[in-house]
Design a protein around this ligand. Sequence first.
Ligand code: ZN
Length: 103
Amino acid sequence: MHDNCPECGQKYDLEQGFWYGTGYVSYALAVAISVATFIAWMVLIGVSTEDNRVFYWLAFNGLFLVVLQPWMMRLSRVIYLYFFVSYDENYKQTNPVEFDHKQ
Ligand SMILES: [Zn+2]
């Protein structure tokens, strides 16, 4: 990942430990994906107390989240950065977003 945006020069890592917050975004995404796969599993395969189908979902979902991790990590960073830096159509004239305090 670049340190700064190649187009407008926006610094991505806004302060020390800035990306720590992406863990929370990534967690929310993982929960949303798990709910979605569980609903899909209920509709397509079904969930019952009589057999182990729900545990197969658990194994599938765990594996699915591991496979998706490289994309979820990047998506989390994009979403987290959007909390602090919004699109600026005059980016050529204005300065990139910085936090007020000095590091
Ligand atoms: Zn940019």
